[in-house]
Structures are given as structure tokens and as C-alpha cells.
Design a protein around this ligand. Structure first.
Ligand code: SF4
Length: 415
């Protein structure tokens, strides 16, 4: 693709270190450590997400740390953490990022996260990062790795191959060897050798985060009125942007407050949301889903924390990590398990007592769209209602979405 060779910073583009000024966070993340109410945590999260200059990464760097951008979903963030570096979930530029360069470099029919991620690389917004990891979840993520190698050659970029054969005896050894290839690069970035002991400690820390995330998701499923969908989402989203050592106590405080909250459930229908496992919908769209009368009691947001349950470090923590990926029962669009997709969606509907399914897929996300076909067949066989809507990072009008959602809710309520 020769045109890719032409992607460079242009005269007049921001030079390295010239990214636009954003909000400032203390290097010790005091604002988050001292946030003593869900309201304050959510406000901080909104400010961070509205700022495309990665304020939490800049704060980490001010304290002398190194950071690695981790594309969704299966970047082994525990390995990055075990080197003392900050693993940061790169989940697109959000609605405040103007796309001016990436549109010219990428085809029109690609998801927004690919364009906003490239735009951020081209305009200096990713300068606070020391390296990038792109797991091979789709052709788009694979190509981003190659593009990054040209656009930001001074920062290592790595494509992590992921097996899609989950039954072969060669699968786990293959993935371990892929992790070792990544480790070789991370050792150079971190300037220190890999340590099994450090990885064990990181796995334990991430297990604690997963446990808390799971508690929050269970609360949203069982008592959906206790917290809004936007509150729920933002508390999870912070988990990929803050040091885990800051996010874990923050979630503990949030859970304590939420468990004591007295809020009655509204008269709303229970739905599960399938599809946004990589690119993320806007907060307005999430708000709209709840405003029209849906309680989201199961979803695929922030799968970076949820692609498996606990990982026991074991004697060989790399093998444990690889085994967790291969054996996880968590089924999302970027896992090739076509024969079990139908049963998986029905099991999720049953577990959450959902009355319908909302497919919320990123525009042009092929993995998500392919699965919708399989899921729909299973839902139709059972007579379960569903609605399919597409989103982009920079959606501006929601009138059509509102109409579709209201019709969906009414069709269930008055059926
Ligand atoms: S949104 Fe879909 S197509 Fe785009 S990078 Fe993510 S998984 Fe790939």
C-alpha cells in the first residue's frame, strides 16, 4: 500500500511534544485517590474522557513513568504492568477529536476507532506513550500496527498474533511464544528484564480489579436502578486509563457507596447490549438507551477488564495467561467460535433475565456484524425481540436512534 508511505507529519502539524494543552492531573493521581463520592469520580472520568491528550498518561510521565498504549481487547496488560510501565487502554479519540489527516490515509469503510487512533498518532496526541501493542483481533487492528511502524517509528509497535483454534494442543505453546516475542520488545522499552515473579504479582493485582468490576456488573444486573448506565460505564472506563493501584481503591469506595444507595427500579425493560467490545459508543447514546426506558443488565463494554475471570498465576504465569485466553468462556465478536455463538447469546439472555437484545455495533466493524447474523438466528428461534443499531465515535444527532429505541421498548412493553 504505497500511499501509506506518504503519511507523515506535515509542515504546520503539531511537532513532537506540541500536542494541544489539556487538563492537568497530579503525578500522584491525588484527585482520584481523594474522590470520595461516585459523583466526583464520574465527573473526573468525564473530564478525562473529554480530553484527547491522555491526561492520565501525561500525569504518569511527570512522575517519571513509561506508558504503553494497548489496543483492545486482548493485549496482556498484566505483562506491561509487570515491567513497571502503565498499560493504557487505547479506545479511540472520542467525540472531541477532529479527524483531518486519517481520513485521507484510510479507506472510507472503516470503523472510527481506526481513524481516530491514527489521527492521534499523526497529530502528536500519542507522544506521551513509549510503545504500542495491537492484538490481531481483525484486519484493521493488524494494519494499524504496520501503519504505526511508519508514522511513529521512534516508538516500538507490536502486533500480537492471537490463535483462533481453541482446541489444538499447539495453541497454548504458540500463544506463550507470541507473548515472549512481545516481552523481548517490552524489555527494551522498559530497560529491564522480564521477571516471572513480577508477572505473578501483576496477575494478582489485575485479578482484584476483575473481581471488583464483576461486582459492579453484578450490581447493575441485579439492581439496575442503583446506578445509571453512564455512571457504570465511566467507573469501568477509568480502569484502563488510571494506574490499577489507583483504580482498585476507587472502585472499592464506589461499591461501598453504591451498595448503600436506596434507589427504586423504574418501570423499564431489561436488555443486554452486544457489540461494543472494541470501539466505544458515546456517553449521549448510553444516556439515551436508559432515557427511553431500557435497563442494561448485561453488556460488552470495557472487555479489556472482562475477557476472562480470575487467572491463577501458577508455576508458569505466562502459560496461565495463555491458558486463560484459550479457555475463557467469555464469547465476543473477535473470537472465532461460530458453532457456539447462538447458545452463548441465549445463555446470556437467561442469566440476566433480559427481555430483549440491543445490538450496538460500531459502524463497519466486521467481526461484530458477522456475529449479529448468528445471534439473530438463535433469538428468532426463541422468539426474543432484538434491535440492531450502529454507532460512530462522532455521532451528532440521535433523533433516529431515539425513535428506533422507543419503538423497540414499546414493542416489548405492549406485547
Ligand atoms: S471496531 Fe471492529 S473492525 Fe474496528 S478495530 Fe475494533 S474489532 Fe476491528
Amino acid at each position: 500500500m504505497p500511499e501509506l508511505l506518504q503519511i507523515r507529519r506535515l509542515a504546520g502539524d503539531p511537532e513532537e511534544g506540541d500536542a494541544p494543552a489539556g487538563i492537568e492531573i497530579s503525578p500522584d493521581f491525588r484527585e482520584f485517590r481523594e474522590a470520595d463520592s461516585v459523583e466526583k469520580m464520574v465527573r473526573l472520568a468525564q473530564e478525562v474522557l473529554a480530553d484527547p491528550t491522555f491526561p492520565t498518561v501525561r500525569a504518569w510521565r511527570k512522575a517519571g513513568g513509561k506508558a504503553v498504549g494497548c489496543f483492545p481487547v486482548y493485549t496482556p496488560q498484566e505483562i506491561v504492568h509487570s515491567f513497571g510501565m502503565l498499560p493504557v487502554a487505547m479506545q479511540g479519540g472520542g467525540e472531541n477529536l477532529e479527524i483531518s489527516r486519517a481520513d485521507a490515509a484510510l479507506g472510507s469503510f472503516l470503523c472510527s476507532i481506526s481513524k481516530s487512533t491514527l489521527e492521534m498518532a499523526l497529530t502528536g496526541l500519542l507522544d506521551p506513550f513509549d510503545a504500542f501493542v495491537f492484538p490481531y483481533i481483525c484486519d484493521v487492528s493488524r494494519n494499524l500496527d504496520g501503519i504505526f511502524a511508519r508514522v511513529v517509528p521512534q516508538r516500538p509497535s507490536h502486533m500480537l498474533h492471537l490463535p483462533q483454534n481453541f482446541t489444538s494442543p499447539a495453541t497454548i505453546p504458540f500463544l506463550v511464544s507470541e507473548y515472549r516475542r512481545l516481552i523481548e520488545k517490552l524489555e527494551r522499552v522498559a530497560g529491564r528484564p522480564f521477571s516471572q515473579e513480577d508477572l505473578r504479582a501483576s496477575l494478582e493485582l489485575f485479578n482484584r480489579q476483575r473481581e471488583l468490576v464483576d461486582r459492579l456488573a453484578t450490581m447493575k444486573r441485579d439492581s439496575p436502578g442503583k446506578l445509571s448506565l453512564v455512571e457504570y460505564y465511566l467507573l469501568l472506563r477509568l480502569g484502563g486509563l488510571l494506574p490499577r493501584e489507583v483504580h482498585i481503591p476507587l472502585l472499592e469506595r464506589a461499591l461501598t457507596e453504591l451498595e448503600g444507595r436506596e434507589r427504586k427500579n423504574k418501570d423499564a425493560i431489561r436488555v443486554i447490549v452486544i457489540g461494543p467490545f472494541c470501539e466505544q459508543p458515546t456517553l449521549e447514546l448510553l444516556q439515551l438507551v436508559e432515557d427511553v426506558g431500557c435497563y442494561v443488565v448485561g453488556e460488552e463494554f470495557q472487555m479489556v477488564h472482562r475477557w476472562c475471570s480470575s487467572i491463577a498465576p501458577g508455576a508458569d504465569p505466562l502459560e496461565s495467561l495463555a491458558t486463560a485466553y484459550v479457555r475463557t468462556p467469555v464469547d465476543i465478536g473477535v473470537r472465532s467460535t461460530p458453532t457456539t455463538k447462538g447458545a452463548a447469546v441465549l445463555a446470556r439472555v437467561d442469566a440476566s433475565k433480559a427481555q430483549g437484545v440491543l445490538f450496538l455495533t460500531a459502524k463497519f466493524c466486521e467481526p461484530a456484524l458477522e456475529d449479529v447474523v448468528l445471534y439473530r438466528r438463535a433469538l428468532e428461534r426463541r422468539g426474543l425481540p432484538y434491535l440492531h443499531m450502529e454507532f460512530e465515535e462522532k455521532s451528532t444527532t440521535y433523533e433516529q436512534a431515539r425513535l428506533q429505541l422507543e419503538t423497540f421498548v414499546e414493542s416489548i412493553l405492549f406485547n
